[in-house]
Design a protein around this ligand. Structure first.
Ligand SMILES: NC(=O)CC[C@H](N)C(=O)O
Length: 255
């Protein structure tokens, strides 16, 4: 059976572990470089990316994480995990932070503002309905969320979100040292895929809709079809995993 790792340094790794359990998959918590060996895919959860980067540095995880991404194994970053995977981040704390990279995009760390500007919204994601069934929308839980300002040509945009009207404008210093608004469009990218990398600015693991997790596992099946032949995602566990039926989403999900 394919083995899915969840980076468990900080943040919402428990919630990803329980989302995996809900669809019949046992996740493996990863805290050390050697624990990446033998994994087929990896989830990097949300949390606080500067703290997570410090912990990853402390455990000397960056080289092994880069190797994992470079090996073409499926990796999914949610929120702070998206920041980790971006090739470039803006809006960072003084001194910046180390990134794993691999995803050809520029991300703004706190695009939507502070913790108080956290919000929930319905996102249109036709790809999710095409691949995993159910409604064309999913619930987007944005907690002090980042967003993607620019993507390279190999990056497929899976979801965009209208920019909330009350969002504080975000500025970064230009080369001349003048603060400049970095984003003026009315929509912003919040979910993308580039080959083996999936990234979402929001938190599917905090909803009962498991379609993002199933989609991620299906990416693994694409790259290791045999490894999944033993994986039993029964139709009943798929149905009870939510998303495809009219059942309302409930929040939050903790186990
Ligand atoms: N919920 C989240 O993961 C928030 C991420 C946060 N904006 C950061 O910089 O790390």
């Amino acid at each position: 059976m394919a083995v899915v790792g969840v980076l468990a340094l900080q943040g919402s790794y428990n919630e990803h572990m329980s989302a995996l359990r809900r669809i019949g998959v046992k996740g493996v918590e990863v805290r050390k470089p050697e624990q990446l060996q033998g994994l087929d895919s990896l989830i990097i959860p949300g949390g606080e990316s500067t703290t997570m980067a410090k912990l990853a540095n402390y455990h000397n995880l960056f080289p092994a994480l880069r190797e994992f991404v470079g090996a073409g194994k499926p990796v999914w970053g949610t929120c702070a995990g998206l920041i980790f995977l971006a090739n470039k981040a803006v809006g960072q704390k003084l001194g910046g932070q180390e990134l794993v990279g691999g995803l050809d995009c520029t991300v703004h760390r706190n695009f939507f503002g502070s913790q108080l500007q956290s919000f929930e919204t319905e996102l249109s994601v036709p790809m999710l309905a095409d691949k995993e069934g159910g409604s064309n929308t999913c619930r987007g839980v944005f907690i002090r969320a980042p967003a993607i300002l620019e993507v390279g040509s190999d990056v497929e945009i899976l979801a965009e979100c209208p920019v909330p009207s009350g969002r504080p404008s975000i500025t970064i210093p230009s080369a001349e040292g003048v603060e400049e608004e970095v984003y003026t469009k009315d929509r912003v990218i919040v979910a993308v895929r580039q080959g083996n990398i999936l990234a979402t600015a929001f938190h599917p693991e905090l909803t009962s809709d498991c379609r993002w997790h199933r989609f991620f596992l299906d990416m693994d099946k694409e790259s290791h079809p045999k490894a999944f032949s033993a994986l039993s995602l029964s139709s009943s566990s798929r149905d009870s995993a939510g998303g495809s039926k009219t059942k309302p989403f409930d929040l939050p999900i903790f186990e």
